[in-house]
Design a protein around this ligand. Structure first.
Ligand SMILES: NC(=O)c1ccc[n+]([C@@H]2O[C@H](COP(=O)([O-])OP(=O)(O)OC[C@H]3O[C@@H](n4cnc5c(N)ncnc54)[C@H](OP(=O)(O)O)[C@@H]3O)[C@@H](O)[C@H]2O)c1
Length: 294
């Protein structure tokens, strides 16, 4: 299978590259070799590579910065999926795309199902939601996996920040009112691969049959405070850290440009039943992710 991956240097894209089966013919690109803000760049890469499947792991993911750069976020998160979808359709290619729990306003109080109505609170969530729609309008064979709190230890994700803070500060303040499902990039790519392994008759036909949006994220839901505690328990350098106390605080303690939805857990039975996937236990995912970097 000929596969084109966008966002190859990101958390999810890197996990995908590590998991690509040897018999796949893959082209993995990131900025500036492809610029998702530029429709001509996307079109020329797709027409030159003519893939059977496009995996779009690229996105404008800087949630706060997006408030200052809404136009750029819109080009990458909204318009690019539309361009990818129409180019893919023209060559009969399937599209695997990713979206976010931030399409919801976080006020439901229970995990969100695919049938719940989105209502994003910030530019990032709005542009990602519109990207889902553009892709569905342009491609007849696109699957979008909505996920949450994606991380890879060893970079600059939340677990890395918790460990850095813990080695610099005696008291850590971590928000306890933001609740969702931490999702290891590795688990997300591995589950995505399991979906693709079922596309024996070809990705276009398989994606056409199963097109739509699916929730796929770590479960059960947990607060950032609880997630941080679990990260600290896995700190390989516990003896040398400064942190003596971890204090739960409310989101309002840290004013930020982008409003955050508070409860954005995703309910995932649809993806499990449709594709026979296991539950992504967030704690097991965290343990495995740390074991891989040690
Ligand atoms: N991270 C999360 O907590 C989270 C939560 C829910 C959903 N998601 C979704 O999951 C997917 C993967 O997220 P991630 O955490 O792996 O993101 P990430 O680590 O921020 O990676 C995004 C990738 O997109 C690339 N990119 C950005 N602008 C580009 C452009 N103009 N042209 C080409 N490539 C560009 C980045 O390249 P540069 O590094 O060179 O900019 C980077 O390689 C995204 O769809 C995201 O919206 C993420």
């Amino acid at each position: 299978m000929r596969v084109l991956l966008f966002g190859s240097g990101g958390q999810l894209g890197s996990a995908w590259r590590a998991l690509f089966p040897e018999h796949w013919d893959t082209v993995s690109l990131d900025y500036p070799d492809v610029d998702l803000a530029d429709p001509d760049s996307i079109k020329s890469v797709i027409s030159n590579t003519r893939p059977q499947l496009i995996i779009n792991a690229a996105a404008y993911t800087a949630v706060d910065r997006a408030e200052q750069e809404p136009e750029l976020a819109e080009r990458i998160n909204t318009r690019a999926p539309g361009v990818i979808g129409s180019c893919a359709e023209g060559i009969h290619a399937a599209v695997l795309h990713y979206s976010t729990d931030y399409v919801f306003n976080g006020r439901k109080g229970h995990p969100y199902a695919e049938t719940d109505t989105p209502d994003p609170l910030n530019v990032y969530g709005r542009t990602k939601l519109e990207g889902e729609n553009r892709l569905a309008e342009t491609s007849e064979a696109a699957i979008t996996l909505r996920t949450s709190w994606v991380y890879t230890p060893g970079g600059s994700s939340f677990p890395d920040k918790v460990l850095q803070w813990a080695h610099r500060q005696e008291i850590l303040q971590i928000v306890e009112d933001q609740i969702s499902g931490p999702t290891s990039a590795w688990d997300l790519a591995r589950s995505s691969l399991r979906i693709l392994e079922q596309a024996e008759g070809g990705p276009y036909e398989f994606f056409h049959t199963h097109k739509g949006i699916y929730h796929l994220a770590g479960e059960p839901v947990v607060s950032r405070y609880e997630w941080a505690q679990a990260v600290l328990a896995l700190d390989p350098d516990k003896e040398n850290r400064l942190c003596k106390e971890v204090r739960p605080v409310l989101t309002g303690v840290f004013p930020a440009p982008a409003e955050r939805p508070l409860f954005t857990g995703l309910d995932c039975p649809l993806v499990r039943e449709t594709f026979g996937l296991p539950v992504l236990d967030w704690e097991q995912g965290l343990n495995e992710a740390f074991a891989r970097i040690v």
